[in-house]
Ligand binder design. Sequence first.
Ligand code: SAH
Ligand code: SF4
Length: 394
Amino acid sequence: MSASAPITQDVHTIPRKLPEGPLNLVGLTRDAMRAALIDAGVPEKQAKMRVGQIWQWIYQWGVRDFDVMTNLAKGLRTELSERFVIEVPEVVSKQVSDDGTRKYLVRIAGGHEVEVVYIPEEGRGTLCVSSQVGCTLTCSFCHTGTQKLVRNLTAAEIIGQVMMARDDLDEWPEIGAPKDETRLLSNIVLMGMGEPLYNFENVRDAMKIAMDPEGIQLSRRRITLSTSGVVPEIARTAEEIGCQLAISFHATTDEVRDRLVPINKRWNIDVLLEALRSYPKVSNSERITFEYVMLHGVNDSDEDARRLIKLIDGIPAKINLIPFNEWPGAPYKRSSNNRIRAFADIIYKAGYASPIRTPRGEDIMAACGQLKSATERARKSRRQIEAEAGLAGR
Ligand code: SAH
Ligand code: SF4
């Protein structure tokens, strides 16, 4: 990594409403929606009830047209349609992999694009959601990390990805239908583009909407936030979101982690593990997922596996081994299947679940770490990437 490259981003600069024109109701917290309705002339005494009604239309039934909201008086519906919109990001293209994985390219305000991936599995389906356009961090094995941060997504753009996917899966229930128990979109992982904990408030507000019992109704156990290790925000994630946590761990010494996940220079392995120890208790979650990308000859030795076990001792954990997904110009190779299995075995014998993540949607570049918006696909040269990874001359 070059000395001048930013490794942190502490500002939340994105306006929470559209810069001009009518206000988008999508993504507002209940309190913010209430304030917006009062501002629009809804009597204060009624505002809470109206929020509940509109909320259900938008998030339970997937309605985008105020005219369909038949429990609101016609005059109010007209008033609302003049002042507000219900908007989700626009799908620019959709690719479907041989394995059924769907990758959407969606356009957001400002002409930016992000990728969203739907992964169908037996009896469930996971949506991999993006939180930023690009990323400020520069993990050397990650394709998104070669793209500069363009901006944080708003809460509307984050929850809008879920709504867009439900549109595409044709999964909104019939109005008035009883709660649907089986879902095509049953899980959310914040593992798309960006570092969710550098966009904390917007991610939190969007996930609160996803979990709201009068809306999309996903249990907090079905939402997993993956972070590269933004330590100051980890306790807040437990307290204010309470979802499952995944950590992009990837190395067992600071020397290697500094190279793979440069945020380690700011918060190293010891500091990170300390922050993780209280997470399960505070968030009432069962265990933390440690993500570990398998890079040939870099972090995949038996010794690494044994060090990993020692490091996480005392933390309720599961280790998710991710075979490295290659991308054009990537400075690493995937570990062999035998190496991955041997590594997994050591961890498993120490008493931890150690699933090996099956790469999904590789043929459409939808697998972990391959996401990068087409408009920003101007690639760095291989030499530049290697230099940043500290691999030059190896
Ligand atoms: N920024 C967050 C979430 C997005 S990345 C984070 O870093 O945790 C989601 C996961 O994919 C992370 O564990 C990341 O380290 C991993 N990943 C990134 N690039 C990858 C690649 N090329 N192959 C396999 N996994 C990768
Ligand atoms: Fe950003 Fe995560 Fe990729 Fe690192 S792995 S560059 S934090 S998206």
